[in-house]
Design a protein around this ligand. Sequence first.
Ligand SMILES: N[C@@H](CCC(=O)N[C@@H](CS)C(=O)NCC(=O)O)C(=O)O
Length: 215
Amino acid sequence: MTYVLHNRLGSGGFAIEAVLELAEIPYRLELIESAPGSHLPDGAAAMNPWRQIPVLECPDGAVVTETAAILFYLAEKHGSLREGPNLYVEDSAAFYRWAVFLSVNVYEGFLRMVYPERYLGAGSADVSALRKAASARIGDAFKLIEDLLSETQFICGDRMSPVDIYCAMLFSWHRKRDEFPRCIALTERVARHPLVAPVWRKNFDHWLDREWADG
Ligand SMILES: N[C@@H](CCC(=O)N[C@@H](CS)C(=O)NCC(=O)O)C(=O)O
């Protein structure tokens, strides 16, 4: 049995698929037919009661959800995520720290923007205030990453790690990019990597800016 990655095009499973490619780990992709930004169909609850993707089914039958947890799990099982030719974790404290940081502050922020009804009390109409605050908070988080990238080329050092792939995906979803030139450069490096570019195009070309992967 091999890994089975459940995703839908344009969604968070991109980061896992790109990492599996870079780490040269065999997997099968199961795509859910659903538009990015919509709710997942009822059947999704069978694999993850929280009804979110990505979901990774492992060869031993384990099921892992939550993007950061999937990255940690794969890094524990496969040296090619930590010390491989395409991915390298120079600083494991940074790896754990920034992967969780991205999950709780950035990914969760996007969910506030996309699914505001989940975060507002019943009857509240202040969707635009919530979206504005979430976008500002996401910007604050990217400012920290931007500052970090003034010292190293990538988030965990001078080599690309799984956390860079995760960050590039999230940054490509952010609309206010001009003040983050280092995050732009990081995203371009990730999107244009020969092993990542086909996955990037497959996921994002139809609804996000094309320029990242076209280089
Ligand atoms: N905390 C989760 C968030 C995953 C997530 O929000 N996935 C989105 C797709 S990008 C999703 O499943 N959306 C459907 C929904 O929330 O109903 C993670 O880090 O993996």
